[in-house]
Design a protein around this ligand. Structure first.
Ligand code: SD4
Length: 325
């Protein structure tokens, strides 16, 4: 996103127009409303702005949340300058770009691919697993051959930029996730459409310079993404191992089921990580949640996680609250 667009978007965010009827912007940026705020789409990190714009094209025309999230996350997947999603993603230690993605709709249907190589838009392969197979998840060579049989094209996803970064890394070969720097570009997107249905998508090239064969939270239903159309949806970003150990996104949705706001639910899920996992302070995890009323919230371990929010009135980036002060 260029600078002009970013400052334009920031201005819109500041000049937030609130519906005169029922919405109030609470301190934590959650929309509190008696009415349902729809359609709405939210997604992780700065690149969520452009992804949301693509999703909005579908939502504003009465399209479905599941179509919106698929179209939305394809934007960073196809961006060669984005080094943690799809084309241009940083490779593993051996120089292979391996991709993880999943999608979930309002009927509890889900599709997922993991350790997929050579396919630019893994989210669309995950969608096809959901729509066309009796399974939820395909991995590695099986996922690749399924994609090729269904018309996806093989391409080299290792860009010169990513290759150079990997060659630099190989000199020291030290695996050390860097908070908000190395691991920060997974896109998780949640949407509520005009019919009041929720869906979500999550896609990543995973932790940079991971071990070959490593799969993170992003394609794991319940960890990187979870949707329950009666309650809400949640997604995660950051170091997947922490999210997997606590089944984070499912936890956030279950906490919303118990009556917590999206913000409170995300905070509790981060608290769970802090209670259970000794070394959590070394890492970043951010949760993002959207409930059935179209209220959104987020929370993360470390300062620095943000998300992009788009609805009728807003197009802006929101900084998440954080645990380690
Ligand atoms: C993973 N959760 O593979 C992903 C990485 C990530 O922001 O979210 N980066 O662990």
């Amino acid at each position: 996103m260029n600078k002009n667009r970013r400052s334009f978007v920031k201005k819109i965010g500041l000049a937030l127009v609130v519906s005169p009827v029922a919405s109030v912007l609470a301190k934590n940026n959650t929309v509190r409303s008696n009415n349902v705020n729809k359609p709405v789409v939210i997604s992780t990190w700065n690149h969520g702005l452009d992804a949301n714009a693509a999703a909005w094209e579908i939502l504003k025309n009465n399209g479905s949340a599941v179509d919106a999230v698929e179209a939305g996350v394809r934007v960073p997947e196809s961006d060669p300058n984005n080094t943690s999603v799809g084309l241009g993603g940083f490779p593993d230690r051996d120089g292979n770009v391996t991709l993880d993605a999943c999608i979930m709709d309002q009927h509890q249907n889900c599709g997922s691919v993991a350790f997929l190589q050579g396919i630019q838009n893994p989210i669309s392969v995950a969608r096809l697993v959901m729509d066309k197979t009796p399974h939820v998840m395909l991995v590695g060579a099986g996922a690749k051959s399924f994609a090729l049989k269904n018309g996806f094209k093989h391409e080299n996803l290792l860009t010169d930029k990513a290759k150079k970064a990997w060659q630099e890394w190989v000199k020291k070969s030290k695996y050390q996730p860097i908070i908000n720097v190395e691991n920060h570009d997974t896109i998780g997107m949640l949407a509520l459409d005009q019919n009041g249905n929720l869906s979500g998508a999550c896609t990543t090239s995973g932790a940079a310079f991971k071990m070959n064969g490593r799969v993170g939270d992003s394609p794991i239903i319940g960890a990187g993404l979870y949707v329950d159309n009666e309650v809400g949806a949640a997604t995660a970003t950051g170091l997947g191992e922490l999210v997997m150990k606590t089944v984070g996104s499912h936890l956030v949705v279950e906490l919303m089921r118990q009556g917590l706001s999206p913000n409170e639910a995300c905070k509790k899920a981060v608290e769970r990580i802090a209670e259970k996992l000794d070394d959590y302070k070394k890492y970043q995890v951010g949760f993002l949640a959207l409930n059935k009323k179209g209220e959104c919230g987020s929370y993360c371990i470390q300062k620095g996680f943000n998300y992009a929010w788009k609805d009728e009135k807003n197009e802006k980036l929101v900084d998440a609250e954080y645990w380690v002060k």
